[in-house]
Design a protein around this ligand. Structure first.
Ligand code: HEC
Length: 241
């Protein structure tokens, strides 16, 4: 009897969860949840050094430089372009696999005409490294390849130059440089990052802790591994290593 009651309650709950979940299927911000059970059972899928992985390498560039309110998030969708997930990026029609000259999404990054360049001024041009990564991804076929990069989240001896600087370069420096130190925060030098780290604001902002402004501003939170790396680097003494 007890069991029967329990299973009825359980079934009602599961039913509600199922209803709630189907309501969220098309929410582009649910990118972290992989609904495909096959993927979660893949144990051995190491990242190859020469392959550009969309979710690991490309999506963070878009979410932190382009997919804001007023620009290319789902609500604003300037020119119909939404850059919050692989499907949205491909549906924009701005990427032609294997062809840079037919990929407007690439062309706007290197346009010398400031009226056409993305991100538009006063935002900085993407870095040469970021532009090269996007080019390589398109030339490799603009696929949504996956590897177990989060499983490789190594928190030992986190390095400022190898781990922290690349995270900030991809996602933060566009809004936190000497010309544009949003919120008085300059993340374009070790000294500036140290100040933000020591005050607790760096971790608070990326962890979306209460009392801090969520960063990237108006964007999607950086991955758990990146947040953990920032925390580990702070715990390990905020070294300029
Ligand atoms: C689109 C521009 C933009 C991006 C990208 C961005 N920030 Fe910010 N950031 C801002 C603005 C604007 C403020 C000031 C917000 C305020 O005071 O209301 C700010 C404030 C901050 C603060 C102070 C927060 C506080 O509550 O004291 C920190 C720390 C910070 N950002 C770190 C980061 C980090 C780290 C990243 C990258 C993961 C990042 N930001 C990405 C625009 C940005």
């Amino acid at each position: 009897m007890k069991f029967a009651k329990f299973s009825i309650v359980a079934m009602v709950c599961l039913g509600m969860i199922a209803v709630l979940e189907t309501g969220c299927v098309h929410d582009p911000i649910e990118g972290d949840v992989d609904p495909d059970p096959v993927d979660t059972t893949v144990v051995e899928n190491p990242c190859e050094p020469d392959i550009v992985y969309f979710e690991r390498d490309i999506l963070p560039i878009f979410t932190t430089n382009c997919a804001f309110s007023g620009c290319h998030n789902a609500e604003s969708a300037q020119d119909g372009v939404i850059l919050t997930s692989y499907e949205n990026v491909m549906n924009s029609g701005e990427v032609t696999p294997f062809s840079l000259s037919n990929s407007d999404l690439y062309e706007v990054l290197i346009d010398d005409d400031e009226d056409k360049r993305m991100p538009p001024p006063p935002r900085n041009k993407l870095s040469a490294e970021q532009i090269n990564l996007i080019a390589e991804w398109i030339l490799q076929g603009a696929e949504d390849l996956k590897c177990d990069y989060e499983m490789e989240c190594n928190l030992e001896n986190v390095s400022y130059s190898m781990d922290i600087r690349p995270i900030l370069e991809n996602g933060c420096i566009g809004c936190h440089n000497p010309d544009n130190p949003s919120g008085g925060v300059n993340l374009d030098s070790y000294t500036g990052v140290k100040v933000a780290a020591e005050s607790g604001r760096l971790f608070g902002a990326v962890n979306w802790s209460p009392g801090y402004v969520n960063m990237p501003f108006g964007g999607i939170q950086i991955s758990e591994c990146k947040i953990d790396k920032i925390q580990a680097w702070i715990d390990q003494g905020i070294k300029n290593n």
